[in-house]
Design a protein around this ligand. Structure first.
Ligand code: SF4
Length: 731
C-alpha cells in the first residue's frame, strides 16, 4: 500500500517518549482499498473490528446485495496483518446464528427453569430499573455488581458507576491473566498487558511454559510464532501434552503437571551457577541479586528431576540454549495462568528468568509498547462509595490489582462485608467461567435481581430474571479501541448491517437504563455517534475518517532500550526485583519456591483443559460456521491408558470427578500426545442451557467438573487444574 499521504491530527502526550519526539500525530491510512462505500455494484465494504475474541483485530465486512457476505482482515491492521484467524473469518456466523436472543425476556417461572415471557424493551428496562432502585434504597448502590467481558461492557460500567456501585469485575483477572500481570508487576513494576508485548517475531529462542500458541488463536502471536519458526528460532515447549506448539519445538519437555516452578528454579540455578546470565543488565537494573542467587543455589537439575520428570541433562541443555540466544530469548508470560493456586509465584519465576536473559525491554524479548492517547468523555464525577468494594475485604489478597469475581460471589453468599443483591452480567457465561458452579448457583439464590445482557443464550442467562438481547458486533458501534501495541492505533467498530430482530446495542441498553435510573446528567450525549465524535475530536480526529478508514495509527514509538526507551521499573526499589522485599514483608516467599502438587485419588487422572482454534470460550458453539469445523469436544487419553481400559477412538465415556460429579458422554481420543497421568479436553462445550439448541449436550463440560479450585494467596486467582477424573465407560 502507498503510504505517501500522511496527515497530522494531534499532538499527543501519551504515545511514549520516542513517539513524542517523532511528532506525536495520528495518521489516517491513505487510499484504503477496502474502505466503506461501494466499489463494485451491489457490494459494500465496511471497516470494523472483530469481537469473536478479545484480540480486536481490524476487519473489513462485505455486504453483497444487502446481505452480509464475509468478514476479512483489514489490510492495514497492525494486529492481524490483514489476516483474520479462523474464528474471526467465521464471524458472519454470529449474525446468522439461529440460537441468537431475539427479544427481551422476563423469567416466567422459578429461576433456572428457562421459561420466559417476551416483553418490550421499555417493560424489561423498567423492571430492571425499578428493582435496582429498590435494592439501592434497602442496601445501598454497592449491592448491585457488574460482571463484564470485553469492550462492549464500557457503557454498562459507566451506568453502574453513575448509579453508585464500585463493584465491577471480570473473569479475565481472577480466572485468567491476573497471576501473570501481578507476577510481572512484582518483578518489573509493570503488568504484561494485552495484547502481550512479546517480540516473538524477533526472538531467537522462544520458551513456552504451558502456553498453547496455535490452539489459543491470538492472531498476532500465532503469525509471529510462524515467522519465528520459519526463521529458525529455537523453540522450547514445556507441557504435559504434546501441543501444536510442541510439534514445532526443538526441545519438548513433557513435565509432570504442577511442577513448573521446580523446572524454572532449576533453569535459573544452571544459568546463575554457570554465569550464563546477562551480567551487565542484572548489575544495571537488578535489585537483590545476591539474595536471589543464594535462594536458587540448592535447586539443581538433579533436585528437579524427581519433581518434574525432566532429565537433568535436558534441563542443562535447554538452560544453555536460552542463554546462547539472549537477550533475544523470550520466556513467554502466557495468558490463562490460573492453574494450581501458586500461579503468581510461577509466573514471577518466568519473569525472573526473562530478567536473567536481559529480555525485558530488549529486541526479541518483551518490548515496551506505545500508548495512543484519546481523552475520556468528560462525564461528571461518579458518586463516591462509602462502603468501598466488596470483593477483597481487609485486602485478604494483598496484591490483587483488579476486582475479584469470586470475591463478589462469596460476598453474595455470605452477605459479608456487606450484602450483594443484584448482578448485571455482560457477555460472560459465569456458570462456565467461574470454578465451583454450585457456589455460583448458591449465590444466585441470594439475589433479588439477575440481569444478563448477551448476544446468545448461556447457562447464566438460563438463571436470569431478565435477559436482554444485544446486537452482534456486526450491527453496532462500541467504544473506540485505543490500542496499545508496537504499532499503536485507534480503531472504530461500526454497524455493517441492521439487527435482524429486536436486539439493541450495549450503548443503547446502558443509556436507556441510565435514563430510567434518573442518571440523565451522566448521559449528555443522545447517541453513540455524538459520544464518539466528541472523543475523537478531542484527539484531533473525526468520526467520518474512522468510518471510512476503520483505524488511524499513532506514531510508532521506540520499542527497546537499545533504541532509546528509558528503563524504568515501578517497583519499590525502582529496579527489577530479583528478591522482593514487599513479598517478604507481606509474609510470602521473596523468591518463588516449589511445593509439590497434591496427588489425585488412586486411579484418577488430572483434568487439563484448553482452547481450540475455532472456538472462543463457551460463546461460539452455536455459530453455524464454527460449529461445522468443531461441534463437540473429545477427551485426550494416553494410548496405553486407553488400551488398558479397552477404549478406542470415538468410544464415549463419562468423566467422574473426585467429588462424584459425572459429565455428559464425551468421545475418547487415544493419543501418545499426553502423559498417562492426565486427560485433556477443550473448554466451552457440554452446554446445558436449552437456549443453545444447536450446542445442547454436545460434548462434555470441563467447567462442571471443576468443583475444586486453589485460591492464589497473593492475588485471589483461582487455580483450576487441581481436579481429577476417572473414566466411566458407557454401557
Ligand atoms: S484473534 Fe481471531 S477471533 Fe480474535 S479478534 Fe482476531 S480475528 Fe477475531
Amino acid at each position: 500500500m502507498n503510504r505517501v499521504s500522511r496527515r497530522r491530527f494531534l499532538k499527543i502526550a501519551g504515545v511514549g517518549a520516542g513517539a513524542a519526539a517523532a511528532g506525536s500525530s495520528f495518521t489516517a491510512l491513505p487510499g484504503l482499498r477496502a474502505a466503506a462505500g461501494p466499489s463494485e455494484k451491489g457490494i459494500r465494504r465496511v471497516p470494523t473490528f472483530c469481537d469473536i475474541c478479545f484480540w480486536k483485530c481490524n476487519a473489513i465486512a462485505t455486504v453483497r446485495d444487502g446481505v452480509l457476505w464475509k468478514v476479512e482482515g483489514h489490510p492495514d491492521d497492525p494486529l492481524s496483518q490483514g489476516r483474520l484467524c479462523p474464528r474471526g473469518t467465521g464471524g458472519v456466523g454470529a449474525y446468522f446464528d439461529s440460537d441468537r436472543l431475539r427479544a427481551p425476556l422476563l423469567r416466567a417461572s422459578v429461576r433456572g427453569e428457562e421459561r420466559w415471557t417476551e416483553v418490550t424493551w421499555d417493560e424489561a428496562l423498567g423492571h430492571v430499573a425499578e428493582k435496582m432502585q429498590k435494592i439501592k434504597a434497602e442496601y445501598g448502590p454497592e449491592a448491585v455488581a457488574l460482571f463484564s467481558h470485553g469492550v462492549g461492557g464500557t457503557f454498562l460500567k459507566h451506568t453502574l458507576k453513575a448509579y453508585g456501585s464500585p463493584n465491577i469485575s471480570a473473569p479475565s483477572f481472577a480466572q485468567c491473566r491476573g497471576p501473570r500481570d501481578v507476577g510481572f508487576e512484582l518483578t518489573f513494576g509493570d503488568p504484561v498487558g494485552s495484547p502481550e508485548p512479546t517480540d516473538i517475531r524477533n526472538a531467537r529462542c522462544l520458551v513456552l511454559v504451558g502456553s498453547h500458541i496455535g490452539e489459543n488463536m491470538h492472531n498476532t502471536q500465532v503469525q509471529e510464532f510462524a515467522d519465528a519458526v520459519g526463521s529458525g528460532a529455537s523453540i522450547i515447549v514445556v507441557d504435559p501434552r504434546f501441543s501444536v506448539a510442541a510439534s514445532k519445538a526443538k526441545h519438548f519437555l513433557p513435565i509432570k503437571p504442577g511442577t513448573d516452578i521446580a523446572l524454572l528454579l532449576a533453569w535459573m540455578n544452571v544459568i546463575v551457577d554457570e554465569e550464563l546470565y546477562d551480567k551487565e543488565y542484572v548489575e544495571s537494573y537488578g535489585f537483590g541479586f545476591d539474595a536471589f542467587k543464594a535462594e536458587v543455589a540448592p535447586f539443581t537439575p538433579e533436585w528437579a528431576y524427581p519433581e518434574t520428570g525432566i532429565e537433568p541433562a535436558l534441563i542443562r541443555e535447554t538452560a544453555r540454549e536460552m542463554a546462547r540466544h539472549r537477550p533475544a530469548t523470550l520466556i513467554h508470560p502466557g495468558r490463562h495462568g490460573t492453574w494450581y493456586g501458586n500461579d503468581t509465584q510461577r509466573i514471577r519465576a518466568i519473569a525472573l528468568l526473562n530478567a536473567l536473559m536481559g529480555s525485558w525491554g530488549r529486541k526479541g524479548g518483551i518490548y515496551r509498547p506505545g500508548h495512543p492517547s484519546v481523552p475520556a468523555y468528560p462525564y461528571p464525577p461518579y458518586p463516591k462509595s462509602e462502603k468501598g468494594t466488596v470483593d477483597n475485604p481487609d485486602h485478604r489478597y494483598p496484591f490483587a490489582s483488579e476486582a475479584l469475581t469470586t470475591g463478589v460471589r462469596e460476598a453474595t453468599i455470605t452477605g459479608e462485608p456487606y450484602p450483594v443483591k443484584g448482578w448485571l452480567v455482560y457477555a460472560t457465561n459465569l456458570i462456565k467461567t467461574l470454578p465451583g458452579q454450585d457456589e455460583t448457583i448458591k449465590a444466585i439464590q441470594n439475589l433479588d435481581l439477575l440481569v444478563v445482557v448477551d448476544v446468545i443464550g448461556s447457562e447464566i442467562a438460563g438463571w436470569a430474571d431478565v435477559v436482554l438481547p444485544e446486537s452482534t458486533y456486526l450491527e453496532r458501534y462500541d467504544d473506540l479501541n485505543v490500542q496499545t501495541f508496537r504499532d499503536p492505533f485507534v480503531a472504530l467498530r461500526q454497524p455493517v448491517v441492521e439487527s435482524p430482530h429486536d436486539q439493541k446495542p450495549n450503548w443503547w441498553i446502558a443509556r436507556e437504563l441510565g435514563l430510567k435510573l434518573g442518571l440523565e446528567r451522566y448521559y449528555p450525549w443522545k447517541d453513540i455517534e455524538e459520544y464518539l465524535s466528541h472523543r475523537l475530536e478531542a484527539a484531533g480526529m473525526s468520526l467520518a475518517t474512522l468510518k471510512e478508514k476503520g483505524l488511524v495509527r499513532a506514531p510508532k514509538p521506540p520499542l527497546y532500550y537499545e533504541d532509546g526507551v528509558v528503563p524504568e521499573f515501578f517497583t519499590p526499589s525502582g529496579k527489577i526485583e530479583f528478591y522482593s522485599v514487599q513479598l517478604k514483608d507481606a509474609g510470602f516467599d521473596p523468591v518463588p519456591r516449589h511445593t509439590p502438587p497434591e496427588p489425585g485419588p488412586p486411579g484418577s487422572f488430572r483434568l487439563l483443559y484448553g482452547r481450540a482454534p475455532v472456538h472462543s470460550f463457551s460463546r461460539t458453539q452455536t455459530n453455524p460456521v464454527l460449529s461445522q469445523a468443531m461441534d463437540e469436544n473429545e477427551i485426550w487419553v494416553n494410548t496405553d491408558v486407553a488400551t488398558r481400559f479397552g477404549l478406542k477412538g470415538g468410544d464415549r465415556v463419562r468423566l467422574k470427578n473426585q467429588d462424584g460429579v459425572v459429565s455428559d458422554p464425551i468421545k475418547v481420543r487415544p493419543t501418545q500426545a499426553i502423559r498417562p497421568d492426565c486427560v485433556y479436553m477443550v473448554h466451552g462445550f457440554g452446554h446445558s442451557s436449552k437456549m443453545l439448541k444447536k450446542a445442547y449436550r454436545k460434548g462434555a463440560s470441563d467447567s462442571q467438573l471443576i468443583t475444586r479450585y486453589a485460591t492464589d494467596p497473593l492475588m485471589g486467582g483461582t487455580g483450576m487444574n487441581i481436579n481429577f477424573v476417572t473414566l466411566e465407560q458407557e454401557a
